[in-house]
Design a protein around this ligand. Structure first.
Ligand code: P6P
Length: 336
């Protein structure tokens, strides 16, 4: 296959996309540079001790940050200078991240989870960066929170980087889903998975079953359906759960299946589950719908949820269309 870069693919193969503009391409390229730097740091993390990185200061005497803090600072540093953003929000930062006035401003808003699943780094399990891009709703002036708290269906682009056996970027601008694999020898992401379509129905379900006792009845019935033959396939699904959202999502996107993080009553402060709407559920929901799949909180399409808080959490059922429809049917029955 001819080597097609992200820039070429966006400008040549997605001419129809309203996002195939020079400004957006340059914004995406800054994001890609940040991801390449994060990939380098993630891939050498296991060598911290071998390379004489003591875990607090490295050979240059610089402080070695925890990788998720490092990924967060790399993204903030690079994207503040991209020149096309008016605001950012990170899973690691409580409030909006301003773009200092010394840097050129733009009309895009970037939200991200800098290194999701970072607890898996020490055991060499794949992890990822998730991103979501909106256009601001006001012409100019200071960015207010209501410009950031937009429904997921307003996203102009979304996707993720996965740092695994290879580093990949998967994203959509509303014209399908496309996957690129980093070729370290040339330092470019090259098109490897054009027009990703997720299977209508999978053979895999992903959920942390250790929360069984904390789930409500519809959730227990829903999970039981996938464990038994009492489902549309007429036979049990296999359980695959890595504990890294991007990795579980990516496997199911390519091979089919459903990822579930239902609400549970373990923590009275987190009655809506663990995952965040704005920087996890929304971007992955945009990707999966563009790939022919579905994403719900059990009652509504994720992309229709009207956000009220930057770090609000939602239950998440995401993946193959038939599997998500089957899962949410147990909650609709609840309302009937
Ligand atoms: P649990 C990682 O900490 C994460 O945010 C996601 O990547 C992952 O899907 C989830 O939490 C795992 O959570 O409760 O099953 O350990």
């Amino acid at each position: 296959m001819r080597q097609i870069t992200v820039t070429e693919h966006l400008l040549v193969h997605q001419k129809a996309s309203p996002m195939a503009t020079g400004r957006f391409t340059r914004l995406l390229n800054e994001l890609i540079l940040a991801a390449k730097i994060i990939s380098r740091e993630v891939n050498k993390a296991g060598l911290v001790n071998v390379l004489g990185l003591t875990g607090d200061t490295n050979v240059q005497g610089e402080e070695v940050q925890k990788l998720d803090e490092l990924a967060n600072s790399i993204l903030i540093y690079r994207m503040q200078r991209a020149g096309f953003l008016c605001a950012m929000a990170s899973e690691e930062n409580a409030d909006l991240i301003e773009i200092p006035s010394k840097f050129a401003q733009g009309d895009y808003i970037l939200l991200f989870d800098p290194l999701d699943g970072s607890s898996n780094i020490d055991v060499n399990v794949s992890i990822g960066t998730i991103f979501s891009i909106f256009r601001r709703t006001r012409e100019n002036g200071p960015v207010y929170m209501e410009e950031v708290l937009q429904k997921g269906e307003n996203q102009v682009a979304a996707g993720y980087f996965i740092y695994g056996s290879s580093t990949m970027m998967v994203y959509t601008t509303g014209s399908g889903v496309h996957g690129f694999t980093l070729d370290p020898s040339v330092g470019e992401f090259l098109l490897s998975h054009p027009n990703i379509k997720t299977p209508e129905q999978g053979k895999v379900y992903s959920v942390n079953e250790s929360y069984w006792d904390y789930w409500d009845k519809p959730t227990q019935e829903c999970v039981n359906a996938f464990k038994s033959s009492n489902n549309r396939r007429g036979k049990p699904y296999s359980l695959r759960y890595i504990g890294s959202l991007v990795s579980d999502f990516h496997r199911n996107l390519l091979s089919g299946g459903i990822f579930m993080y239902p609400k549970d009553n373990r923590d009275p402060k987190k009655t809506s589950g663990k995952l965040r709407l704005m920087c996890e559920a929304n971007p992955l929901a945009y990707v999966v719908e563009q790939a022919g799949g579905a994403a719900s909180d059990g009652q509504r399409r994720i992309l229709e949820i009207d956000p009220h808080e930057l770090h609000q959490r939602v239950p998440l059922f995401i993946g193959s269309k038939n599997d998500v429809e089957q899962a949410v049917s147990f909650y609709r029955d609840q309302d009937a």
